[in-house]
Design a protein around this ligand. Structure first.
Ligand code: XMP
Length: 373
């Protein structure tokens, strides 16, 4: 059925109007969902709503300033910088779920302080259907899913959560954003996860990895924003890997498995398994797809293929990910032109001598997730 924004706003209005008896902080991450939720609330309730963007230190380059400028006609967005606190608390943590949980704790503690500061009673956030479906399914701890997990937000943080978009899917959120008059840069923006670059600094968190992946992300975005992909970004992980003779024999290509782990979805449940690299002597995406399918039948969640060699002593691998999807619940990898991938990789290699290689992720969702953690 076609999504009707007018009808939707009528339906969701009573939920937002419960805020008449108090103020609300609207958490904006810079992604389509939270920006749309905040814009909708601000349109309906005016300055009862205080839109805030928390700079966690895990944002993309100049992201806070960019988002503030993009929405300046729609709402007065404030940026609160707490990056030092987040970085010092997350540095050294390496388990994906532990990182997400810590991020969530820091994030909501910060919001709790802001809610108190503004004497607000509510927190508006942009949780959408896919977020809580996957969190309840145990696939991952989506940072913004609280109520659906039985967390009493009033008791824990002192605010009630309002989620006007909770029943919508991504394409419907985009339609709503367009209807609300949000700039094209927002509704056409690729999604960006709440925990930001934290889930793309795969494994142990360090300031060096974060700075490299931030720069690599800008490069990937610069080259791929012209293409019609649903989401595209860079990840960084430990380059250490071992040759696996058994899988190599089975698939007829050299296969290496990394010590770094990444998340996937297998049989509707979350998997946390190894990342593998395949080195085949052909560059045919459909043949590589068949190899990927075989390789992921074990505990492997993401399969990458080498695009460019960097520095021999380099500690890090940079992964490029680009996917095509309708609803972000399933996704296909994009068949990016190999020449373009080469160009992107060359620029990425100029970031740091600690980059050993640049690889491209050729895994569908399932068995991989779109993000690596
Ligand atoms: P996965 O990696 O689960 O991602 O296949 C599906 C979509 O969700 C985004 N994502 C998040 N968005 N908070 C968000 O707001 C999160 O914690 C989060 N984790 C993943 C991801 O970027 C993709 O678009």
């Amino acid at each position: 059925m076609l999504f009707d924004p007018v009808k939707f706003i009528e339906e969701v209005k009573p939920q937002l109007e419960q805020i008449v008896d108090g103020k609300a902080v609207a958490a904006v991450s810079g992604g389509v969902d939270s920006t749309t939720a905040a814009a909708l609330a601000y349109r309906l309730l005016g300055n009862k709503v205080i839109p805030i963007m928390i700079d966690t230190g895990f944002l993309r380059e100049n992201e806070a300033e960019k988002v503030k400028a993009m929405v300046s006609d729609l709402m007065p967005l404030q940026v609160v910088n707490v990056s030092e606190k987040f970085l010092s608390e997350l540095e050294g943590k390496d388990d994906a779920e532990e990182k997400r949980k810590k991020f969530r704790e820091l994030f909501y503690n910060t919001l709790s302080e802001l809610v108190k500061k503004y004497q607000a009673k509510y927190l508006i956030q942009g949780t959408i259907a896919a977020d809580w479906v996957e969190t309840q399914g145990g696939i991952k701890t989506q940072h913004n899913v609280l109520v659906q997990l039985g967390i009493d937000t009033e008791k824990t943080w002192g605010f009630k959560v309002v989620e006007p978009l909770a029943d919508l899917y991504k394409n419907e959120v985009r339609d709503l954003a367009r209807y609300l008059g949000l700039p094209r840069e927002i509704y056409n923006r690729q999604p960006f996860p709440g925990p930001g670059l934290l889930v793309r600094v795969v494994g142990g968190v360090s300031r060096e990895k974060l700075e490299i992946v931030r720069k690599a992300t800008s490069i990937v975005e610069k080259y791929l924003e012209q293409e019609d992909y649903s989401q595209y970004f860079a990840v960084i992980f430990d380059s250490h890997s071992n040759y696996d003779p058994e899988i190599s024999k089975e698939v007829g290509c050299d296969v290496y498995t990394y010590t770094a782990k990444a998340t996937g979805v297998k049989g509707d449940v979350r998997a946390y398994g190894r990342i593998a690299k395949v080195d085949c002597d052909y560059k045919d995406y459909e043949r590589l797809r068949r190899v990927m399918e075989k390789v992921t039948s074990s505990d492997i969640t993401h399969v990458v293929t080498k695009v460019a060699d960097g520095y021999n002593e380099g500690k890090y691998s940079i992964g490029i990910r680009a996917v095509l999807t309708q609803d972000f619940m399933t996704a296909d990898f994009a068949k990016i032109d190999w020449g373009l991938l080469g160009k992107i990789s060359n620029e990425i290699l100029s970031i740091s001598k600690n980059i050993k290689e640049v690889v491209y992720d050729i895994t569908t969702k399932p068995p991989a997730t779109i993000e690596f953690e």
